[in-house]
Design a protein around this ligand. Structure first.
Ligand code: 6GU
Length: 277
């Protein structure tokens, strides 16, 4: 997978050389290049932003600089002012996705990470300040580029750099050959259609200070261990993320799942669980 990141702080992405993502680059599984947006400016101040049209606080990233940068990275031939040339997208653009982190966009989920792990090339554009001119994604979308905007959660960051790091980690760990143990991906929270939070994990010793591992996990009865963990996952999800319980497909729940959910106050007689009256 080829990854390009555009930012006014490209050094921010030096950390991607560490850990598993660093190893994946050494192995040739991914190639990551971080570019400085200011390299595409022409003025002495290397300015990338300007005041918002219509007024308001802060600064907005200018479309011209992003345009020159993205035309080059995506191989899009610029269509000038009033141009109706919309056939400029690159030949290999069909496996390229252009992604802008944006706190006002739809939430980035595991489903998006899984889908994007199949792309051949990802180009991330990090906004700073109050955001970027809305015509940038609009323009490239109109030229046939697959453009996405995502938020990583309901809180505000100073720029897209951290959000890009988060999305990149979620996407690249799903690449075949990235993880030492691919099974650990299958069992995780949010994988598959019926997502639950994970059950608690323990290692040895069975008694640490005052706190013991639950007896069932030490008994060696795999059926009982499965049920214990499944019930714990249902209980924790019900308490912490009831929205995930409401999204479950009741048809995919077994009898014991239903019994546990009913005991937790859920009505499981319809397509999806609802709070029992
Ligand atoms: Cl993608 N960008 C910024 N600046 N803040 C955020 C975000 C993105 N997602 C959540 N907060």
């Amino acid at each position: 997978m080829d990854i390009d990141i555009v930012s006014v702080f490209p050094e921010y992405f030096d950390v991607l050389k560490l850990s598993l993502l660093g190893k994946a680059q050494d192995n040739g599984l991914v190639r990551i290049a971080a570019h400085n947006l200011r390299d595409w400016t022409h003025d002495v101040h290397h300015s990338v932003d300007d005041t918002p049209v219509g007024g308001g606080a802060g600064m907005v990233m200018k479309p011209e600089v992003w345009g020159e940068c993205l035309d080059e990275l995506l191989g899009v031939k610029p269509g000038g002012e009033g141009s109706d040339d919309v056939a400029g997208a690159t030949a290999d653009a069909n496996d390229t996705v252009l992604i802008f982190p944006n706190p006002s966009a739809p939430l980035f989920t595991q489903r998006d990470a899984a889908e994007l792990s199949h792309a051949g090339r990802l180009v991330f554009g990090c906004g700073r300040y109050e955001g970027y001119d809305a015509r940038i994604p609009e323009y490239y979308r109109a030229r046939g580029v697959d453009v996405r905007e995502y938020s990583i959660g309901d809180y505000v960051l100073n720029g897209g750099e951290v959000a890009v790091s988060v999305m990149l980690e979620a996407i690249t760990r799903l690449l075949p050959g990235f993880m030492g143990n691919p099974e650990s991906i299958v069992e995780e929270s949010y994988t598959g259609g019926n997502a639950l939070l994970e059950y608690h994990q323990y290692t040895k010793p069975a008694l640490w200070r005052t706190v013991a591992v639950p007896d069932i996990l030490l008994g060696g009865d795999h059926g009982k261990v499965y049920r214990f963990r499944r019930d714990e996952a249902l209980e924790r999800t019900s308490a912490i993320r009831p929205d995930l319980i409401q999204a479950l497909d009741c048809k995919q729940l077994d009898k014991a799942d239903r019994k546990t959910l009913m005991a937790l106050g859920w009505d499981v007689s319809q397509a999806h669980p609802r709070r029992a009256a």
